[in-house]
Design a binder for this molecule. Sequence first.
Ligand code: UGA
Length: 444
Amino acid sequence: MKIAVIGTGYVGLVSGVCFSEIGNQVICVDNNPSKVEMLERGEVPIYEPGLKELIDKNKTAGRLSFTFDTTYAVQNSDIVLLAVGTPSLPNGEANLSYIEQAAKEVGTALNGFKIIATKSTVPVGTNEHIERIIKLNSSHSFSIASIPEFLREGSAIHDTMNPDRIVLGSANQETLNTLIELHKPLTSNIITTDIRSAEMIKYASNAFLATKISFINEIANICEKVGADVTRVAEGMGYDRRIGGSFLQAGIGYGGSCFPKDTQALIQIAGNVDYEFKLLKSVVEVNKDQRFNIIRKLHDALGSLSGKKIAIWGLAFKPNTDDVRDAPAIEIIQELIKLGAKVNAYDPVATANFQREVNHDHIYWCNDPLEAAMGSDALCLLTEWPEFAEIELPHLASILARPVLIDGRNVYNPDKVKEAEFIYYSVGRPHSANISDSYTEAMS
Ligand code: UGA
C-alpha cells in the first residue's frame, strides 16, 4: 500500500519505517526542513536501538522516503497517517493545534479518496473534529479512522513489529477492511471498534499502566516501613494472571512524554464532562512525590546536603532512550541544587538533551560513571542503564568519599551491596534502619 505519514516524531518515524519494512511504499513528512535533511543524509534525530539500520535498509530498497512537502506525500498515497505531537497545555489538556494544522494541510492536498487515520494520542471526539476540518478544506471524499499507538521508547521497533494488539476505530467497514490488510503482517490480534472507543482505549491503557506503577510504589513505601521486600511482593502478585507481573517495578516513578501527559489529559477529559477522576488524580500525586524519596534518603544518610557532592547515574526517563521529557532526574537535580549540593551527572546518551532542560554551575557533566562517583558523598542511580549493573561494587565503594548508594531502580542485589560495605537504600526492600520502630514494637 502507499502511505504518507505526517510527523516524524517517535510514533510517526517508527511507524513509517516499520510499514516500509513490511513491504509498503512510505513517504514520511515533517514541516521541519532540517529534520528532513538529516533523515535524508541517513542521520536519525532520536536515539532508538535498531532504527537507523531499518531506515537505511528501506531507503536503499526504495520503499521509504522523506519530504517536507505534505501535498506531494498525500497525493502519492492511499492512506494518510497523522502522527504529529499533542503536547500538554498548561491546564493539562492536549494541545491540538499541530493536528488541526496537519488536518488542514492534508485536506487542501487531497486529490482523490484517501483513508486518513490518526496515530497521535488525541482526546475522545478529536477525530470527528479532524473530519470537519478536512471537509472544510476539500471536496474530495475520504474516510476517517483512529489507530492508537502502543509502542514504548527504547523498544519501539520490537513493539511495532510484534504488537500485543492493534486497535482500529472507524465507522466504515471498507476502511476497517483495508486497515486490517495493512496490519495483518504484524499480528492477527486486531480489534475493530468505533472511533471514540479507539481514542479512549489509548488513554485508558496508559492511565492503567501508570496506576500499576503508582500502586506498586505505594506498596514499596509501606514495605520499607514494615520490613517486607517489594520485589518479592510484586513477583507474588504478578503470578496471578488477573494481575500480571509487568509494570510492577517499584522505583522513583514514571516519566517520559506519555504517562505524565496522558494521565493529565484524561483527568481533563473527564473534568470536561463533569466527572472527577479521583483515582487517576491520586496516581499523579503519588508519582510526583515518589521521586523525592531520593532526597529523603540522602538526608537520612548524610544529614544536610549543603556543600555535599552527589553523583547521579542516569538522566533519561528510562534506559535505551535519550529522552529526558519529565524525567525524574530533572526535579531531583533541581532540588539538590536548591539544597546547596553539587552534582556529578552521568548518562550514556541523554546528557546533551538534559543540558537543554537543566544547566547550572553546580552540575559537573561526567563522561564516565566512575568519574561521577569519584570523591562523591553519595551515589544515586536514577535510570537502570545495563552498564550500571555491571560495575564492580567493591571498587565503586572505594572511590566514593562515603559509600552511600541510593538505588532508585532496585538494580543491585542487596547481599552483594552489603558485601561491598555500602550504606544502601533501594526502593521497598528491607533496610533495617527503615523499619518503623512503632511497627516493630506493635508486632513484638
Ligand atoms: C508508554 C507505554 O508503555 C506505551 O505503551 C505507549 O505507547 C507510550 O507510553 C505512548 O503513549 O506513546 P514509554 O513512555 O515509552 O511508553 O515508556 P514505558 O516503558 O511505558 O515507561 C514509562 C515510565 O514508567 C518510565 O519512566 C519507566 O521507568 C516507568 N516504569 C515502567 C516504572 O517505574 N515501573 C514499571 O514497572 C514500568
